[in-house]
Design a protein around this ligand. Structure first.
Ligand code: DQA
Length: 150
């Protein structure tokens, strides 16, 4: 299986570090990307790291991942709670999908408790801060390695 993993980030995550730091912390998305690259390298994975505020771009990257990637780690941000289109795109992807939320969405407003993406995700990580991305990458690596051994 491909050892390329797409790490996808939805709307407003470009403001990570500045946006509600009491909820999302002070690390920037560039910091998160650098950490993801370090962890991925140690696990023998390549990553493509993207962020968009536009739903169609997230969908287009999922379509690209369909052709070339062995896994997706996605923080769909607010699209988690609204987007059937992102769910439908993920349903076209045949390899592991890990859903990540920096905050513990279950401790927050009721509208954050429902996730369309969770209907497809193989695992959901919430409330681990930005470490959740690293845990997601580790999990994808494990699943790719298990798939390769089958
Ligand atoms: C988030 C949680 C979502 O409810 C919110 O809309 C976000 C970020 C998180 O990482 O905790 O933008 O996905």
């Amino acid at each position: 299986m491909s050892r390329l993993v797409f790490v996808l980030n939805g709307p407003n995550l470009n403001l990570l570090g500045k946006r509600q730091p009491e909820i999302y912390g002070r690390e920037t998305l560039a910091d998160v990307e650098a950490e993801c690259r370090k962890v991925a390298k140690d696990l023998g994975l390549d990553i493509r790291f993207h962020q968009s505020n536009r739903e169609y771009e997230i969908i287009d990257w999922i379509h690209e991942a369909r052709e070339i990637a062995g896994g997706i780690v996605i923080n769909p941000a607010a699209f988690t709670h609204t987007s059937v289109a992102v769910l439908d795109a993920l349903n076209t992807f045949d390899h592991p999908v890990i859903e990540v939320h920096i905050s513990n969405v279950h401790k927050r407003e009721a509208f954050r408790h429902h996730s369309y993406v969770s209907l497809r995700a193989d695992a959901v990580i919430a409330g681990c801060g930005t470490q959740g991305y690293l845990l997601g990458i580790q999990r994808v690596a494990r699943l790719i390695d298990q798939g390769a051994r089958k």
